[in-house]
Each structure stands twice: as structure tokens, then as C-alpha cells.
Design a protein around this ligand. Structure first.
Ligand code: PRX
Length: 636
């Protein structure tokens, strides 16, 4: 099943095994050596401290700064005048920043943050569109040891408020608005609404992007351009010498229960991990133009638009707008215009482009491309083949990278930087060095080849999350209690007879909608916040483009009747609570939800019905009529 362009499996495995063996058998020695690619102010005393496991700590005693490693380190070299960031606006305007330009701006913004009294350990929330100020503020925060929490600009005011409150952010950076398909998203207005229910934010800095009229609160809100004007270009802010385990950022992500978790990452281990994973998987070179299409509001953007590429001194491209705006060839025109050599995106985007047809791709010269990457959800072989043939013209290997917000960087991916293995469409191939992955059954026993089991990571790795912000118990319960001693990512997987890993989707109540991670529980809580709703259960329904979409089963309270209007109102409630990405594709009004005798909603059964699969064992069901009602709906 191996496909072109293919590596020699024997060569690949022997090279990978050689490195992996060392990484797993003598991790301290391995990482001691590998961490030195970055510049540390002080070397670590201990590579891995496991005395409080599973709260592992890497490079203990080491002092480092992310902004220094991303910028100052290059400004001292010939890379000073190399382009670090290419930004393309939705309107087609382009801005380029050399490493020196970014360095200048980051220093100025770091000073600005200090002027607001922001210092080491303070949290600042960034609610910004995909504009250069976003990475600039991230790096400026990192420079002074402030912890950034970026909130995806597609999230609603409620979602923003929750994150600000959990992180107790002191400062909020937003914009007057953001462009999406030529329309303006009123970010400042949304932020103002969020601020009505937050207590920690003292000031708001507003970046002018759209020129919309916004309400500025005297003494609280300030225009970025006015503030930055007063800060000279030769401003230098000494980078803080931070402990390796000083948190670099918090990023909220959905889980099975409760509100989104504040996953927070270290400075040292995280940087080492994003550096090496990018090197091993893509082996980027100085003349590469790297384009990761994610939004910086997600981990993919943090690790592989901002930190990873800059650590490598690469030119990283960021695009502001929608992929198919103003026409379905927008991405391909960007690849051609900027000579993109490595494109890293999600299967959902590929499936969308497949729908538009190959002609939009073929309008452009894509010969600059040399590698293609994918992330965020399992890639179906049809999408893989289309990406390979139509976009990559069968010349570019597909680097399918499995990882998560929590892992900081890639975990399982073809290590093209070591030796390219023969690829199989839909398989992320093998774990990278330092990743001790396996597929096991409920009891933790390795499963037979080609059998579905649970993915586990049996050893700590430098990029691992430090914890869940403010809730270390949740960290242990979520990731380390299902298989004590092992990290549990919550994914189904299998290994084939050749040892290739195949990720088969989430094993829990988390959805991947267009590669975005959304908890069914969050959507359910949003629905039950509506006065008409007594109970709600949300499951993922397969979708040809988005992978899956949320479908909600709703039981109404006495006095409410199902209607088209109510359905729309409920969908809107979800958009208001979370954001448009979480909108259910539909609401199924039912008289009763299938429950076990102990009162638990049988989501597994609902999921099976929606997917047209056998419902399996229903011996514990409390009332079969509830099930029959729903089965009736789906039969028709
Ligand atoms: O289910 C897996 C899926 O995305 C989840 C992590 O989501 P998030 O934290 O939002 O991070 C996404 C970007 C790193 C995983 O638990 N996933 C991610 N990459 C892949 C994938 N599923 C299959 N193949 C992948 N390459």
C-alpha cells in the first residue's frame, strides 16, 4: 500500500529507531544534547524531574526566553534582514516583516505592556483577528514573562468572558473588527459585552483594523496606534530570564466535562519540542516559505505559525481571511504569489476544495511546493489522494501529523527530516523520537494489529502540558487516571501489521467539527440555558466536508412546542454561548432521551443511530419507547 514518493522502509526504520531508541532509553542524555540548539541564559540542573509525577518538569533550573530565541537570536546573524513574517490581508494587501522588523515591534510592544503595569506571570488575553499584531503581542508578552491566552476571534462574548475569568487576565487586546468574507466581525463590540461579566481586566488595547466605529471607555480603553506612536523604534526591553517551567501561554480547549480547560505550556520544554518536531517532520530549510493555514487562536497556529517557524528562522506566512474568498482559488493564488514551499493545513479544507473542483487549483503554478502537511482530524484516503495528486502533483510527500493542544507539538508523523518512510493514505505513520506511543485495550494490554484500541503515550515528553490552569486535579483525572502512569489523549487508534499508526477519531464526547475541537457537553449546556429546553444530548453526525457536525436532541419543557423558529432560536443560543463554529446542524425534538436505568443519557446509542450503525447492547435502557421514537425519525 506504500505510495510515491516513497522512502525505503528499511532505511527509514533503522534511522528512526536509532534516534528513538536513544530518546526513549536515555531521555536525559538525549534531551540534554537536543535542548542545546536553543540559547539558554542558564543551563538546566536537571533534564527531567519526575518527583511530582504526573506533573513532570523538564529542564529544571534552566533559564530561557521565547522572544529572545525567536528574534534576538536571529537578529544577531545574517537572518536579521530575512523575512520572518509574510502577512496577506483578505483584501489582498501584503505586509512583510524581517526578523529585525519583528524584533523592533516586539520590543516596542513589550514596553507598551510594561507601561500598563503588565509584568512576569500576569495574564493577558488576546482576542484578535489574523493580523500581524497578534504574533507581535504574543512575543512581546513572552519577552516580559507575561502569559498570553489567545482567544479565537470566532468565539462569542460568553466564551471570551469565561476564558478571561478563568485566566484572570489583567489586560485585553482586541481590534475594532476583523474581516471575514468581506464582512466585518465587530470584535470590540463582542469584547465589550464580555467585559460586562469579567472582573480582572483593567485596560483594553484596541488595534484599528477595519476602521469601524467603536465605543471607547474613557480611562479603560486605548487605541494601539496612538500608544505605539509614542514608543521609539530603538526601544529595547531586556528579555526576562525565565525559568524553563515558567508558563508561556494558556490555551483553552474542550474536553468531555465542564467548561473548556486552560491547557498551559512551559517555556523551555515547549520550545525545545516545537523546534525538534518541526525539524523531524518537515526538515525546513532557510529558503522555505512555510505556510500553516490555521488560525493562531488554536494550538496549531501557536506552535507552527509563530513559535516553531521563528525558532528555525523561517519565513512564516499568515493569511487573514476565508480560504475561498473572493473565489475558490484564493489559497492557490497565495501559494503562487509567495512561492510557498511547505503547506500545512487540515483535511476539512482539502475536502472543501475537492468540492469546488481541481480547475481552481490548476489555474495556478504550484511548482514551488515541496511538502504538504495535514492536521486536526483523520484524513480520509480520498482527500489524501486528491491533496497528493491535484495539489502536490504526486511530487510532494504528505506529512500527516497527529497531535493535540496538550502535546504542544507533533507526536506521530512521518519523520521526513530523518528519512521519509513509505506513506500510506490516512496513516500518520510512526511516533517521533521521544514519543512512546502504543494502542491498548480497556485493560491497557496492547491490541492485535488492525484492531481498534486506545492511543496512549507511555512516557513524558518535553512539549507536554504543564497542567490545567488552576485545576491540577483535573489534569490528573483527565489525562493520567484512565491508565495510571500513562498519558491518555482520548483518541481511538490502531496499528497495522507493519506498525503504522492509524488515528481513528475521538473516543470521548469531544467533536472535531471542521478540525475544531468542541465538547458536546458545552453545546448541551448552551442549549439547556434556553428556557424552552428541559434536556439536551449532542452527538457528532458525519459530514462530507467538516468531518462531523453537531446534531442536538432536545426535550422541551412543558408549554413549549417544536417549531422551525424555536429550532433557529436554539441554534442561535449556541452561537451566542460558544460561537458560530459550534452551531448544531439541526435540532431533533424528542419526547424523551434514551437513558440507562441509572439516569445517564445513552449518547453512544444516539451516535450509532445518527451514523446508521447497529445500536449494540441496550439491555440497560430504561425505556425502549424513547429509542424507538428516535429510530423512527432516522428511518424516514
Ligand atoms: O482527535 C485528534 C485530532 O485532534 C485532536 C486534538 O485536537 P486539538 O487539541 O484541537 O489539536 C488539533 C491540532 C493539533 C486529537 O485528539 N487530530 C489531530 N491531528 C490528527 C487528529 N486526528 C487524526 N489525524 C491527525 N493527524
Amino acid at each position: 500500500m506504500g505510495v510515491l514518493p516513497t522512502g525505503e522502509k528499511k532505511v527509514f526504520l533503522s534511522k528512526l529507531e536509532e534516534i528513538s531508541r536513544k530518546a526513549l532509553e536515555r531521555p536525559e542524555e538525549f534531551w540534554d544534547e537536543h535542548a542545546r540548539v536553543l540559547e539558554w541564559f542558564k543551563q538546566w540542573d536537571k533534564v527531567l524531574d519526575d518527583k511530582d509525577k504526573p506533573s513532570y518538569r523538564w529542564f529544571v533550573g534552566g533559564k530561557i526566553n521565547a522572544s529572545y530565541n525567536a528574534l534576538d537570536r536571529h537578529v544577531k546573524t545574517w537572518r536579521k534582514n530575512k523575512v520572518a513574517l509574510i502577512w496577506e490581508g483578505e483584501d489582498g494587501s501584503v505586509k512583510k516583516y524581517t526578523f529585525r522588523d519583528l524584533y523592533v515591534e516586539v520590543n516596542r510592544v513589550a514596553q507598551l505592556l510594561k507601561n500598563f503595569g503588565v509584568g512576569k506571570g500576569d495574564r493577558i488575553a488576546l482576542y484578535l483577528p489574523m493580523i500581524p499584531e497578534l504574533p507581535i503581542f504574543m512575543l512581546a508578552a513572552a519577552r516580559i514573562g507575561a502569559i498570553h491566552t489567545v482567544v479565537f476571534s470566532g468565539f462569542s462574548s460568553d466564551a471570551l468572558a469565561k476564558r478571561i475569568n478563568d485566566a484572570k487576565a489583567k489586560l485585553l487586546i482586541t481590534a475594532d473588527g476583523g474581516f471575514r468574507r468581506g464582512k466585518i466581525i465587530p470584535l470590540k463590540e463582542i469584547a465589550d459585552k464580555a467585559l460586562e461579566s469579567t472582573f480582572s481586566v483593567e485596560n483594553v488595547i484596541v488595534v484599528k483594523r477595519t476602521g469601524s466605529n467603536v465605543n471607547m471607555v474613557e480611562g479603560r480603553d486605548f487605541w494601539f496606534h496612538e500608544l505605539i506612536d509614542g514608543i521609539p523604534r530603538n526601544t529595547y526591553v531586556e528579555p526576562e530570564k525565565l525559568d524553563a517551567n515558567h508558563p508561556l501561554f494558556i490555551l483553552y480547549t474542550s474536553g468531555t466535562t465542564g467548561t473548556p480547560k486552560g491547557v498551559y505550556h512551559s517555556t523551555g520544554g515547549y520550545l525545545v519540542w516545537v523546534y525538534w518536531t518541526l525539524k523531524w517532520a518537515f526538515d525546513p530549510k532557510d529558503d522555505d516559505i512555510w505556510w500553516c493555514t490555521a488560525d493562531i487562536g488554536w494550538i496549531t497556529g501557536h506552535s507552527y505559525i509563530v513559535y516553531g517557524p521563528l525558532l528555525h528562522g523561517l519565513t512564516s506566512l499568515m493569511y487573514e481571511g476565508a480560504p475561498d474568498y473572493p473565489a475558490p482559488d484564493r489559497w492557490w493564488s497565495i501559494v503562487e504569489k509567495h512561492g510557498v514551499t511547505i503547506l500545512y493545513t487540515a483535511p476539512t479544507a482539502i475536502r472543501m476544495f475537492m468540492r469546488y473542483g481541481r480547475k481552481w487549483v490548476e489555474m495556478h503554478d504550484l511548482s514551488s511546493l515541496r511538502l504538504l502537511g495535514t492536521v486536526g482530524e483523520p484524513i480520509n484516503p480520498e482527500a489524501w489522494n486528491w491533496y497528493f495528486e491535484v495539489v502536490g502533483k504526486k511530487r510532494c510527500p504528505i506529512i500527516d501529523t497527529w497531535w493535540q493542544t496538550e502535546t504542544g507539538g507533533f507526536m506521530i508523523a512521518p519523520a521526513a527530516g530523518i528519512a521519509l518512510p513509505p506513506l500510506k493514505p490516512g496513516s500518520a505513520t510512526f511516533p517521533l523520537p521521544g514519543v512512546d506511543a502504543d494502542v491498548v485495550d480497556e485493560e491497557g494490554r496492547p491490541v492485535e494489529p488492525n484492531t481498534r484500541g486506545y492511543l496512549v503515550i507511555k512516557k513524558p515528553w518535553p512539549g507536554m502540558l504543564l497542567g490545567v490552569w488552576g485545576d491540577q486535579k483535573r489534569y490528573i483525572d483527565t489525562y493520567w487516571s484512565r491508565y495510571p502512569g500513562w498519558y491518555y489523549p482520548g483518541d481511538y487508534a490502531m496499528k497495522d501489521e507493519e506498525g503504522y499508526f492509524w488515528i481513528l477519531g475521538r473516543a470521548d464526547e469531544v467533536l472535531k467539527v471542521a478540525a475544531h475541537r468542541i465538547g458536546t457537553m458545552e453545546i448541551e449546556s448552551a442549549l439547556v440555558s434556553h428556557p424552552a429546553v428541559a434536556e439536551a444530548a449532542v452527538v457528532g453526525k458525519p459530514d462530507p466536508v467538516k468531518g462531523e457536525v453537531p446534531l442536538a436532541f432536545v426535550v422541551l419543557r412543558e408549554g413549549y412546542e417544536p417549531s422551525r423558529e424555536l429550532e433557529e432560536e436554539l441554534i442561535e443560543t449556541v452561537a451566542e454561548n460558544i460561537g458560530p463554529i459550534a452551531k448544531p446542524a439541526g435540532i431533533v425534538f424528542v419526547g424523551k432521551l434514551p437513558k440507562t436505568r441509572s439516569g445517564k443519557i445513552m449518547r453512544r446509542v444516539l451516535k450509532a443511530i445518527v451514523r446508521g450503525e447497529p445500536v449494540g447492547d441496550i439491555s440497560t435502557i430504561e425505556d425502549r419507547a424513547a429509542l424507538e421514537e428516535i429510530m423512527g425519525v432516522f428511518k424516514s
